[in-house]
Design a protein around this ligand. Structure first.
Ligand code: COA
Length: 102
C-alpha cells in the first residue's frame, strides 16, 4: 500500500495495489482500494499515487493494471478514463455468507 502525505506527515490519500494470480490468465495488477481525501482532490494526488503504483508493478514485470469500480462512481470513472484505462467488462458481484461448523 502506498500513501500520500502532506509536509506535516498527515495522510491525504492512499492506494492499495497487488498482483492478482489467476489460473487462466497472466498475472496482472489490481487496485484493492484508492482514496484521496475529499478536500484534497483535483490537485494531482490521485495521479501521483497511481503513477507510483504503476512503477511498483512495472518493476515486477507486470504490464496490465485493472480496477473494478462501482457503476455509480461516475467521478472515479472520469479519473480512470483520463488516466488511460478503458472499460473491458461489466459485471455483477455475488456474495454468500458461509458458516464454519463448530
Ligand atoms: C478517484 C480519486 C482517487 C481521484 O483522485 P484526485 O487526487 O482527485 O485525482 P487527480 O487530481 O490526480 O485527477 C486527475 C484528472 O482526473 C480527472 N478527474 C479527477 N476527478 C474527477 C472528477 N470528479 N470529475 C471529472 N474528472 C475527474 C481530471 O481530468 C483530473 O485532472 P484535472 O483536475 O486537471 O482536470 C478521488 O476522486 C477519490 O478518492 N474518489 C473517491 C473514492 C473512489 O471513487 N476511488 C476509486 C475507487 S474504484
Amino acid at each position: 500500500m502506498l500513501v500520500a502525505c502532506l509536509e506535516d506527515g498527515s495522510v491525504v490519500g492512499w492506494i492499495h495495489v497487488y498482483i492478482a494470480m489467476r489460473v487462466e490468465s497472466n498475472p496482472f495488477g489490481e487496485l484493492g482500494g484508492f482514496v484521496v481525501e475529499e478536500n484534497h482532490r483535483r490537485r494531482g494526488i490521485g495521479s501521483a499515487l497511481l503513477g507510483a503504483a504503476e512503477t511498483w508493478l512495472t518493476g515486477r514485470g507486470i504490464e496490465t493494471l485493472r480496477v473494478r469500480s462501482r457503476s455509480t462512481r461516475v467521478d472515479a470513472h472520469a479519473f480512470f478514463e483520463k488516466a488511460g484505462f478503458s472499460m473491458t467488462k461489466d459485471q455483477r458481484v455475488f456474495d454468500k455468507p458461509i458458516m464454519i461448523d463448530t
